[in-house]
Ligand binder design. Structure first.
Ligand SMILES: [Zn+2]
Length: 63
């Protein structure tokens, strides 16, 4: 029976985002769009430190 409150799912998703940001930090791709490699602005990263996309690529990757 899965009775986890939504907040747990949200926290888990946030941790996944942080994990990915840390991986990107270590492999040197942090601060750039994962789609087009455009550098992300410091302002954008300050708003969302786990941001992975530029404004041109806000959605999910195409399959
Ligand atoms: Zn992009």
């Amino acid at each position: 029976m899965d009775t986890r409150p939504d907040v747990i799912d949200e926290a888990t998703a946030l941790l996944d985002d942080v994990d990915r940001a840390l991986v990107r930090l270590s492999d040197g791709t942090y601060r750039s769009c994962e789609v087009c490699a455009t550098p992300l602005s410091g302002e954008a990263l300050a708003t969302d430190p786990t941001r992975r996309r530029c404004d041109e690529h806000p959605g999910t990757l195409p399959e």
